[in-house]
Design a protein around this ligand. Structure first.
Ligand code: SAM
Ligand code: PRE
Length: 247
């Protein structure tokens, strides 16, 4: 994985453009996401552990919004069920290109890994195959809010009995005090990871139009409306959480 440090927002920008998963972001992405998302390494590794509990033999495991394939790699480290394969999907050409390189690297280092197909495409237009595991690690928050319900309904319809959707998201909070406290603590986390006040402020403006977090209550209600029977939060660190949704 690239070790290039994220300095994308370090210099003052006359106008901060909307955040996009382009070449510049791809170059620094491993550093950016680790320094921006509290608990990210724990979530990714344990997503593999969780997935191994839900994976059904001879089924598909999806990694939706795969970026550089960190989740796909964790699935391949942990899932041992016979005949499983991973489908990783992302609509950023730059991400997909680098993701394929990293997965080739994993293939050259380890034997008997699950086969993986990396698709450059929009998850909103995906024709889902029956799947036992669907992982969406910090991807739903980038989907237009009015499209989220239909997408989750299609994922629910594709899920096999005994499978699960694992959904990680940045959260907002309906209680103003809770929202302010956890937002301030997230800023402290970024500061502790070496981001300056300018970097934090410019990144905030870059993502505010493109990334719209929901509350835990909104996630739960929408997942139940999509036909999931049970929603179980398994991880929260500050304003970032991960949920298991059972069919
Ligand atoms: C925050 S990143 C995901 C991080 C990644 N899952 C991980 O754990 O390292 C969000 C990703 O979702 C992708 N994305 C956003 N909207 C998408 C869409 N409609 N279809 C496919 N991918 C999408 C972006 O290109 C980006 O790579
Ligand atoms: O909320 C923030 O400040 C973030 O930087 C979060 C976040 C994310 O949750 O995906 C946003 C964009 C980048 O992909 C990395 C992290």
């Amino acid at each position: 994985m690239s070790k290039e440090p994220d300095r994308l927002f370090a210099q003052p920008l006359a106008q901060v453009p909307d955040f996009a998963f382009n070449e510049d972001v791809v170059r620094v992405f491993p550093d950016m996401i680790k320094r921006s998302v509290p608990g990210y390494p724990t979530i990714v590794e344990n997503l593999g552990v969780l997935a191994a509990q839900f994976a059904q033999p001879n089924s598909v495991l999806y990694d939706l919004g795969a970026s550089l394939g960190a989740v796909t790699q964790a699935l391949r480290r942990h899932v041992r069920s016979d005949g499983c394969r991973v489908i990783a999907v992302d609509n950023s050409a730059a991400m997909v290109e680098r993701c394929r390189e990293y997965l080739n690297g994993q293939d050259s280092m380890f034997q008997e890994l699950l086969p993986v197909q990396v698709i450059e495409g929009d998850i909103l237009a995906l024709d889902f195959q029956p799947a036992s595991v669907v992982a969406m690690n910090f991807t739903l928050q980038f989907i237009a809010p009015e499209q989220r319900q239909a997408l989750l309904t299609r994922i629910r319809q594709a899920l096999l009995p005994g499978g699960a959707l694992i959904l990680s998201e940045k959260l907002r909070f309906n209680d103003a005090q809770e929202h302010e406290l956890l937002t301030d603590l997230h800023v402290a986390f970024k500061r502790a990871n070496g981001y300056s006040e300018l970097e934090i402020a410019q990144k905030r403006s870059a993502i505010e139009n493109v990334m719209k977090p929901d509350s835990l209550e909104e996630h739960r209600e929408r997942l139940l409306a999509a036909g999931f029977s049970k929603v179980v939060p398994w991880f929260q660190c500050l304003n970032f959480a991960s949920l298991i949704a059972l069919p």
